[in-house]
Design a protein around this ligand. Sequence first.
Ligand code: ARG
Length: 428
Amino acid sequence: MKRFAVTALALLASTAAVTGARAETVVITAARMLDVASGKLIDKPMIVAVDGRITQVGRQGELADSSKIDRRIDLGALTILPGLIDMHVHLSSDPTLSGMQALRYPASFWTVLGVAMAKRTIDAGFTTVRNVGAADYADLGLKMAIERGSIPGPRIVPATYAIGATGGHCDSNELPAAYVFDRPGIADGPDGVRQKVRELHRRGAEVIKYCATGGVFSIGTSVGAQQYSQSEMNALVEEAHMLGMKVAAHAHGNNGIKAAIRAGVDTVEHVSFADAEAFDLAKKAGTWFSMDIYNDDYILAEGAKNGVPEASLAKEREVGLKQRQTFQAAWKAGVKMVFGSDAGVYPHGDNGRQFAKMVEWGMAPADAIRAATVKAAEALGREADVGQIAVGRYADIIAVAGDPTADVNLLRDIKAVVKGGALVKDAR
Ligand code: ARG
């Protein structure tokens, strides 16, 4: 049986080689390119991509035999850089439907909404996202539809359900006790969390997200309180790593942050109340921080109107400024940072607004851009295919009207987006 399957596959492959279309060669040019790794601008770049992957990067006039070019994408006077990566989004969430009103909408609504949000996200220049929590496996459906080319959208690294403790940040605490329902992501005890990791992996999760502490938007949780024991976190992370998946821990409180780092998570999300000891632990373990420091402005301005309960707004007032101060201190202390916006809590498509906050709170513009490109790819374990304009990686390229290291707000106005060598947005 196994041998038959192998033969059938080989047959399919060879048929494609005989009848399949010839490789397509695309050449992309622009006035300038930001090399994100060095932070340097390169004049008159030219990138060659074959079947969506970059095969050459150089200067115009230096490369390729023009007879082999199938398509040219000339981005004129613009400056190009790699497609951006957001490490923390919820494509199937809408910030304007916060609180109990969300319960009026069926599962299908949120998935359909995700279709529109995926388009906004890629139009904003984010060609890869890590979706860290979606009900009903909405992120898997979106990913499949995007990969087939049925709908536009970014490359998605799906977590499916966020795993969490009974009564914790990821549970359905907003409901009166008599109406509480079982959330598929809930698991308790070392064995329980292991089993949950296996189950989500079997379903198609590519990263594991879990809630290590309380949060702002959950009802009845203290934002700083740890919600899994050290032994539960150890088991969860060990299991996920065994299966080849990275782990993202939602954690605001200091004890939960430290326990997550000690358990070996790859990224800590939010990280609001981390202290100097937590920074040291993260540096030693190589743990990344993913801090959504734009959020506070939006939540405090729009939250009440959007239906966010007062209890959550009160928690936000506790967290907002502190999180930004922690971001500044952690970066200064040398903790590795990636760009994670928590879009879904604020409007999809506005992801790029966070760059200016990161700069305001102590990062050089080039570092903020690295956090959303090379560094994010490293944290994803995806240096082979995303995060840089380099040979072997996808031709995921965005264009802005100037030097983004001089003004990061140029990243709020993306003029063109190329994904896998195809021009998917052209707003020139
Ligand atoms: N999903 C997060 C939570 O509920 C959002 C936190 C937003 N606030 C902030 N200051 N980053 O905890």
